[in-house]
Design a protein around this ligand. Structure first.
Ligand code: MRU
Length: 339
């Protein structure tokens, strides 16, 4: 598998996550409209991958508006830099919850005074950095899991998709699974299907197949039962934004998992790059939670399964309070341990 998101010299290339698991294909996105649309449709998704998408989007915009002439002077007209700024805002606002998207946009924008080539170089450096950082965060978390959980081999439960497909490469929580599996420490992974868009069954199961990690898919609603039956040693998830007090926004259903894990005294680990931590927000109540279209709930595979006129509550994310999180682990180490 190639990188989830990359640059071909002129355009952004992504693995099309809407087509998996039946079809593995890449999409070439040559305009900001195409990239914003891909972000909104979740063809590219997952917090670290969104950071890369934001940065590459700014690089593409800078090249389109400023050209790529080599210059060390301030490049382009005010109108051109304004146009890049407008594209950057559209990209950063394409999805509101994962802080990495705006973080990626802003890091790339910081290079704009040095010209489009400098923006491109900054974005490409972020892609390389992403893999290194997530590997380090996974190693840190794998060590912590092994220290916390005595049973061998381990039975881990995860939610959504936090693997290579959610990052440039490698992944976060699923990166931990890969680390532990390589060390022969995994009996199986329980992968929540992750309603309504099925990132668990479509993407995580696909990745676990690729890596030959033993796994079982389960409906999200079966996770608490699996815990009560003694089938889970720990829960490992990713994050879209971590507030300064350690509250964690992640895929809808994460909070319910944390409540159930606490009920059963099962450690609950969050693994994310430091770029997911947003110290500007004192706690999770300030995190904007994306609301998704009603059709994601009223329809399955394009077929209506709810009555006409059914009203829907479809938040893409929820907030897990810090008190339910055993540890948030980044590439720098353990951010916070509450138990
Ligand atoms: O809506 P998605 O699929 O972008 O949501 C992704 C998640 O919630 C992931 O758990 C999170 O981004 C961490 S990815 C390493």
């Amino acid at each position: 598998m190639s990188r989830t998101i990359d640059w071909d010299g002129d355009a952004v290339v992504i693995v099309d996550q809407c087509a998996l698991p039946t079809t593995y294909r890449t999409l070439r996105l040559a305009t900001i409209d195409e990239l914003v649309d891909a972000i909104k449709r979740l063809a590219v998704r997952g917090a670290p991958a969104l950071g890369a998408a934001g940065a590459l989007g700014v690089a593409m915009s800078a090249r389109l508006h400023l050209g790529t002439a080599d210059t060390t002077e301030v490049t382009g007209t005010t109108r051109a830099t304004d146009a890049v700024g407008a594209d950057a805002e559209r990209l950063a606002n394409a999805r509101p919850t994962a802080v990495n998207l705006r973080w990626g946009v802003e890091r790339a924008l910081a290079a704009l005074p040095r010209g489009a080539e400098a923006v491109t170089a900054a974005a490409l450096a972020m892609l390389t950095e992403d893999e290194r950082i997530n590997k380090q965060a996974s190693r840190n978390a794998a060590d912590l899991v092994l220290r916390h959980c005595s049973r061998r081999p381990l039975r881990l439960l995860t939610h959504c998709n936090t693997g290579r497909l959610a990052a440039v490469d490698w992944g976060t929580a699923l990166g931990v699974v890969r680390q532990l599996h390589a060390a022969g420490q995994v009996e199986y992974v329980l992968a929540d299907e992750t309603r309504p868009l099925l990132q668990g069954s479509r993407l995580t199961a696909w990745e676990l197949e690729q890596e030959a990690v033993p796994y079982r898919l389960l409906p999200d609603s079966a996770a608490a039962a699996a815990m009560s039956m003694g089938m889970v040693d720990c829960v490992v998830v990713g994050a879209d934004r971590v507030a300064a007090n350690g509250d964690v926004a992640n895929k809808i259903g994460t909070y319910a998992l944390a409540v159930a894990a606490a009920r059963h005294h099962i450690p609950f680990f969050v693994v994310a790059p430091q770029s997911t931590v947003d110290l500007s927000l004192p706690d999770g109540s300030h995190i904007v939670l994306e609301q998704r279209p009603a059709e994601e709930v009223t329809h399955v595979d394009g077929r209506r399964v709810a009555p006409e006129g059914a009203r829907v509550f479809n938040p893409a994310f929820d907030v897990t309070p810090a008190e339910l999180v055993t540890a948030v682990v980044t590439e720098r180490g353990v951010l916070q341990v509450t138990s």
